[in-house]
Design a protein around this ligand. Structure first.
Ligand code: ATP
Ligand code: MG
Length: 428
């Protein structure tokens, strides 16, 4: 026998038992974002590799180690998107959406791809819902993004399970100065750094700050601090963000070591983290990226955004048992038909019922079967009533209407009166 086929490691099927939770999360967020005036944009999953090399930056883990990159049949280097911001900026530029200082508030959802070590909360195909705002440079929009995520946590019942970490990276100049100071400090202690951090010292030194290595962390205690290098404008921008969060009653923790994995951030960066998921605790992360549009060939355009990890949020909702019980809606009705003629009449009767009762959840028995087997399926469907159509009912142009959840009597209802009868029964 040939070897059975399997999905690629780290790429998950989302099975019918799980899709209601996904729809619930995605639907809740889509509605909430609409309420803040954010519009959906749909973007390709494949982009030219250069977009990510330029946008995310060489020397980042994502670009150096995690991208799915290949040559297509035309020998062009393409990459499965590892994140959504670069593609969103590309689309905004390509269609002139940010020209003339136009404000854009956008969101998108979909799969992202990174070649990582699969584990709980970390996959190779995962899903993000991302939000981006363009041409707004003030702290008000940074705060708005955080406020709207806070509203989402409250809606989902997660407010007590997540906390906000906040930092400012300053201007790119301030960051460059800090980078120099940090590199000088760590260079003197090079031998004591873990291997990853030694490599990062030349490729992406700020990333050393969130190294998981204990010895490296000990070395960092006396290292220069990013906060000491902030320029005045960034400082007042940061104060503006904090003042708005304070006024909105949103608690946060300043985390001087929060630098984010992608190169393009400046000023505000934030993460929502939970301690309920083990090591993969960041459920939403974002920040300001005023330099990115320019870096990708556009006019300087301020930008700010975030992305949330859908798998981690679904996992969190499941772990905390916060999924509403009515997510898996059972059927209202199950139509049993016995014999070819009854099946034919049953199908068109079912369609008439769907016309008359929008939103009706009606399962029509498929594949025939005895009385016993059809009733078993009707019962299993969770339907409140079985509709029975056999030879006798067909001849009399009635349907047997049998309550499945209580001891009430079965009634025969004329076809013409059926919709009205069922509407009343189902309301009760
Ligand atoms: P991490 O530090 O966990 O690797 P990151 O900084 O690489 O995260 P971002 O690029 O900021 O993550 O992506 C935003 C969010 O997307 C993360 O906070 C997380 O919730 C989710 N995410 C990122 N990578 C993965 C992955 N491989 N599997 C599942 N979710 C992910
Ligand atoms: Mg990562």
């Amino acid at each position: 026998m040939s070897k059975s086929l399997q999905a690629i490691r780290g790429m998950n099927d989302i099975l019918p038992a799980q899709t209601p939770a996904w729809r619930y999360l995605e639907g809740t967020l889509a509605k909430l974002l609409g309420g803040y005036g954010y519009q959906e944009i749909r973007l390709p999953i494949l982009e030219f590799t250069e977009l990510f090399a330029r946008g995310i930056g060489e020397g980042t883990d994502v670009v150096d180690k995690e991208m799915y990159t290949f040559l297509d049949r035309n020998e062009e280097s393409l990459t499965l998107r590892p994140e959504g911001t670069a593609g969103c900026v590309r689309a905004v530029l390509e269609h002139g959406l940010s020209g003339g200082g136009q404000v854009q508030k956008l969101w998108y959802a979909g799969p992202m791809f990174r070649y990582e070590k699969p584990q709980k909360g970390r996959y190779r195909q995962f899903h993000q819902i991302g939000v981006e705002a363009f041409n707004l440079s003030g702290p008000d929009v940074d705060a708005e993004l955080i406020v709207l995520t806070w509203r989402l946590w409250k809606k989902l019942g997660l407010a007590d399970s997540v906390s906000l970490q906040l930092n400012s990276l300053g201007s790119s100049e301030a960051r460059a100065n800090y980078r120099e100071a940090l590199v000088a400090y760590l260079q003197e202690r090079f031998e004591q750094l873990d291997e990853d951090s030694q490599r990062r010292l030349t490729t992406n030194p700020l990333r050393i700050l969130d190294s998981k290595n204990a010895q490296t962390q000990a070395l960092l205690v006396d290292a220069p601090m990013l906060a000491e290098y902030l320029d005045e404008e960034s400082k007042s921008h940061f104060e503006g963000v904090k003042a708005r969060l304070d006024a909105a009653g949103i608690a946060y923790q300043i985390n001087h070591k929060l630098v984010r994995g992608l190169d393009y951030y400046n000023r505000t960066v934030f993460e929502w983290v939970t301690d309920k998921l083990g090591a993969q605790g960041t459920v939403c992360a974002g920040g300001r990226y005023d330099g990115l549009v320019g870096q990708l060939g556009g006019k300087p355009t301020p930008g700010v955004g975030f992305a949330m990890g859908v798998e981690r949020l679904v996992l969190l909702l499941e772990t905390l048992e916060l999924l509403p019980s009515e997510l898996e809606q059972s059927a209202d009705l199950y139509l049993c038909a016995f014999g070819e003629a009854a099946e034919v009449a049953g199908l068109s009767l079912a369609e008439r019922l769907r016309d008359a009762l929008p939103g009706l959840r009606l399962l029509v028995n498929s594949g025939g079967g005895s009385f016993k087997s059809q009733f078993k399926k009707a019962d299993k469907s969770g339907a409140r009533f079985a509709l029975i159509l056999g030879e006798d009912e067909l001849a009399a142009r009635v349907v047997g209407c049998k309550p499945l959840r209580d001891d009430a009597q079965q009634q025969n209802i004329a076809w013409d009166a059926l919709a009205e009868h069922l509407a009343a029964c189902l309301q009760a």
